[in-house]
Design a protein around this ligand. Sequence first.
Ligand SMILES: [Zn+2]
Length: 506
Amino acid sequence: MAKIVIFDTTLRDGEQAPGYSMNVDEKLQLAYQLAVLKVDVIEAGFPISSEGDFKAVNNIAKKVKGPVICGLARMLEPDIVSAGKALKPAGKRRIHVFVSSSDIHLKYQMKKSRRQVIEMTKKGVKLACSFAKDVEFSAMDATRSDPAFLHDLFSEAIEAGAGTINVPDTVGYTIPEEFAVLLDGIMANVHNVKRSVVSVHCHNDLGLAVSNAITAIQHGARQIECAINGIGERAGNTSLEEVVMAIKTRKDFLKSSTGVKTAEISKTSKLLTAITGIGVQPNKAIVGENAFAHESGIHQDGVLKKRETFEIMTARSIGLKKNRIVLGKHSGRHAFGVRLSGLGFKLNKDQLNKAFERFKQLADRKKEVFDEDLGALVGTEIPVRSDAYKLLSFTVVTGSDEEPSATVKVKDIGKGVETKRTGSGDGAIDALYNAIGRATKEKGMLLNYIAKATTPDKDAMSEVTVQVRFGGRQGPTVRGRAASTDTVEASAKAYINALNRYVEEK
Ligand SMILES: [Zn+2]
């Protein structure tokens, strides 16, 4: 059995995807759960890219125990120094340096010769080794590079101290058989390849990321870079849950294994959804809602007679549980806290108190509080450390023959001032958001609005996710989320949540 290193890049490549950006606290939540899932390496971010990313990597390096904590850096001194600083507190740390290797990138993006790229690599890898014993080298756009140059580049990187060499299919272009040839070439022609772990980083533009990753294992790769729910740039990365379950389910054929605790997969997938507000499609392999649902009569009959007739793995193996009643009005703080950690949340005292208060309000309105409700409630609660604005009350009037109007009372917490304003609009939500804009004097442009029910029951909570641009056309886009038994209230609070994030980031 070959041991496959699982390198999780949910917090770096995944987080770069539109709509998935997470703040420092949100990243920390997910990193704690990735440690429980027992991934081998957590790529926590790209420290030089922003102050927030530096802080996130640094915080994770300080607090998350178990996996190797990794930070990304271009082959440039300031990047490597920044990654080294951010990772310093980690028990086990890795610096991941990358440089482009394809002629098209060299010519148009980097404007460097092959010789210059080799020199940069030797220098960069050595510098990275002075900050971390564990250094990974990536040749960006490897699948579109000249193999002979790639072999030289990898040999030099290993010579300079890289313990892992990564072969990224950056643009999601390769086909399994072709990728196999590339890997065979690396194994045969990189003279010192035995001194390093060969890794692959596949993108899903053609829907082949997992296939390519699995093929790579059969051709000597021993590290897979992947992300929870397959999130990542464009069509995403290799999906962690798919590649891990393929290895586990087909160990007879692949003769390999991972250290991942698969019973934590479902929880981790749901935690990411709770934090970002973006779920997976129902037919998504492993973690989709229908992944273990047998609808056809023949299949159901077969599964009842003998499970293996139509089921290749069990729902239990990924820790899937039916939504069951968890808490109600009389549940105490302790039970609430225990249930939340069961869902993968690790909250500090302040966050827990705040969430408990929200839970009590919810339990007054909703008899049965399900895991999904708690996920929505708490996932929307982590984002902002200290709110700038609070919604005190709202009224919305709308109808087929009336111009929609809304009145809101909002408190500016810093100034201690309460403001009541009225607004009108094309619809009830538009009127509501215009009223909030007037009350807070912060004009936002609504870019996206999604409302969904957390559970299928009649008194379900509504979870609203919005994307709003504040501060004019050039302003940043922020995400806001809220959950409530009332969709209009959730809409108002989601907008205020976006505004609070905007103020916090500013
Ligand atoms: Zn990538």
